[in-house]
Write a protein that binds this ligand. Structure first.
Ligand code: CUA
Length: 134
């Protein structure tokens, strides 16, 4: 991932879109995900899956408030480092309905091995506004 995602103050994510992590709809079949990777979880994604519609254009923005993490979406080619203060931005789409695991692949502390989450891809007809940040 290059530097086009820009930078944020990692000590003050509350003042940025990362203060409310989650999914925003930005077009008919276009969504943006603001995700925070922190010791030791993905927001959204850990505890409750990150739900996204199949086939839509998804732009991820991911940052960290603490230490370097990584995110790998198992079974895809999505694999980025997440560096405090930098925003990792990339576009993707998920052509298949299903559930994907997310793993942290950079050692980030004593519970690194527990840092995981889920992405759930649903048919567009099942995607609804409850799955968005309001
Ligand atoms: Cu986060 Cu390892």
């Amino acid at each position: 991932v290059g530097d086009r995602g820009g930078t944020v103050d990692p000590t003050n994510l509350a003042e940025t879109p990362f203060g409310q992590p989650g999914v925003r709809q930005v077009g008919e079949n276009e969504y943006e995900v603001y995700m925070v990777a922190r010791q030791f979880l993905f927001q959204p994604g850990t505890g409750r899956p990150l739900t996204l519609p199949q086939g839509s254009k998804i732009t991820f923005h991911i940052t960290s408030p603490d230490v370097i993490h990584g995110i790998q979406v198992v079974g895809t080619n999505l694999n980025v480092m997440v560096i405090p203060g930098q925003v990792a931005t990339f576009e993707t789409s998920f052509p298949e309905v299903g559930t994907y695991g997310m793993l942290c692949h950079e050692y980030c502390g004593p519970a690194h091995h527990t840092m995981e989450g889920l992405i759930e891809i649903v048919p567009p007809s099942e995607f609804n506004e409850d799955m968005l940040v309001q």
